[in-house]
Design a protein around this ligand. Structure first.
Ligand code: ADP
Ligand code: MG
Length: 394
């Protein structure tokens, strides 16, 4: 068990909270403040306990001086200040006397937001390479370190692993929930456990397949990756996306876990991945060489739902079709709709899968929709995330 923010006496302490404020910004405006809203629980808790808050986050990709111009956290400070109804002092630097003085002058319950940690990546990638000197410098600004940025916990950066190794540390409420939800389901699932896997490529999900195939009772495979499995069974899959290098891997998995793995029996095809593509439904056995499978068909939806109906836990990673295009979104929508109305444990992992269910308005209908794309995938692979590993044990 990892220490959490609740395990510390925060009164009068300088608390560094690594948040995930990596929000979408367009024309200098935040277009979706969900990540800031999600961080409020931990921030408000620390304020209530009388901590002096030093917030850190990355924002976007920062590879050049030019990238800095569009990736300043200043807009986040403004929005956060509105949300917590108090001043958030923005420091337009990641180090230096302005920052140090602001930290020294903090009173209990006051909040500072430091500039984008990835500004330290120009030119020498100090943040992303977990530079020792940078992490030491940042750690000296605080008494306690709290990691509440799940989305970057699969990376060992100076602002997470680096600082955590140098200060008493714990996780915030968001990270605590992710560990509890995904971790517990994998370690000790309420059975039957069914995993739905989709998305485009087998190669992106090898680790997830290898880990979950051992744990799950059933694995339903949809999306682009289904076609590599179907081809591995010797079926014609037309011009559907196929991962040739992983054909043998799929063959092995199919042989070894034959009863567990459920593949689609029909598809919705198009001639190309495009809004203008006409959707044609067919049995898998009727696919010809020009057909590109872009969604699972109605019979497969029913087949999958049959398995979901006998499950007590469902983990879903990867849309079962090209859900971004209306005529190929039915499978993903039908599964989201079915799961949203079940009284079972439902865990959604993966950036696109989360986006798909949130777009359908189902965020609150699932037990847990993970906030971290890559980080949730790595947890599903059974990997221990470095940003969490570095936190003190309780
Ligand atoms: P996640 O982010 O949830 O882990 P992925 O990134 O693996 O999911 O997969 C999402 C992508 O997979 C989507 O962009 C979707 O369009 C694509 N996809 C789903 N089904 C197919 C298909 N049959 N052919 C090609 N791409 C597909
Ligand atoms: Mg994705």
């Amino acid at each position: 068990m990892k220490k959490t923010i609740r395990d510390f006496d925060l009164l009068g302490k300088s608390v560094i909270i690594r948040c995930d404020f990596n929000v979408p910004i367009s024309d200098g405006k935040i277009t979706d403040d969900n990540r800031i809203v999600e961080s409020l629980k931990t921030i408000n808790y620390a304020i209530d306990k009388g901590a002096k808050l030093l917030l850190m986050s990355h924002l976007g990709r920062v590879k050049t001086e030019e990238d800095k111009l569009k990736n300043s956290l200043q807009v986040v400070a403004v929005r956060l200040s509105e949300l917590i109804h108090r001043e958030v002092k923005f420091i337009p630097e990641t180090r230096g006397s302005l920052l140090e003085e602001a930290v020294n002058n903090l009173n209990n319950g006051e909040v500072i937001l430091v500039e984008n940690t990835r500004f330290e990546d120009v030119p020498d990638k100090l943040e992303s390479n977990n530079d020792f000197e940078l992490a030491t410098y940042w750690s000296k600004l605080g008494d306690i370190y709290i990691n509440d940025a799940f989305g970057t916990s699969h990376r060992a950066h100076a602002s997470n692993v680096g600082i955590a190794e140098k200060l008493p540390s714990g996780v915030g409420f968001l990270v605590e929930k992710e560990i509890k939800m995904i971790g517990e389901v994998i370690e000790n699932p309420v059975r039957p456990l069914t995993v739905i896997l989709g998305g485009s490529k087998v190669s992106d999900k090898i680790g997830v397949i290898k880990n979950l195939v051992n744990i799950a009772d059933y694995i339903l495979i949809g999306g682009g990756m289904a076609f590599t499995f179907l081809k591995a069974k010797g079926l014609e899959v037309g011009s559907s996306i196929v991962d040739l290098e992983n054909l043998d891997f799929c063959k092995e998995i199919l042989e070894k876990y034959n009863e567990k793995i459920i593949l689609p029996i029909d598809v919705v095809c198009g001639l190309e991945v495009s809004e203008n593509s006409t959707a044609i439904a067919k049995k898998i056995a009727d696919m010809n060489k020009n057909d590109m499978g872009l969604d699972i068909g109605q019979d497969s939806i029913e087949l999958f739902i049959n398995y979901l109906e006998k499950s007590k836990t469902v983990i879903w990673n990867g849309p079962v079709g090209v859900f971004e295009i209306e005529q190929f979104s039915n499978g993903t929508k039908a599964i989201a709709n079915h799961l949203a109305n079940q009284n079972i444990i439902t865990i959604i992992g993966g950036g696109d899968t989360a986006a798909a269910v949130i777009n359908e308005g189902y965020k609150e209908s699932f037990t847990h929709v993970s906030t971290g794309g890559g980080a949730s995938l790595e947890m599903l692979e059974g990997t221990i995330l470095p940003g969490i590993e570095a936190i003190d044990n309780s």
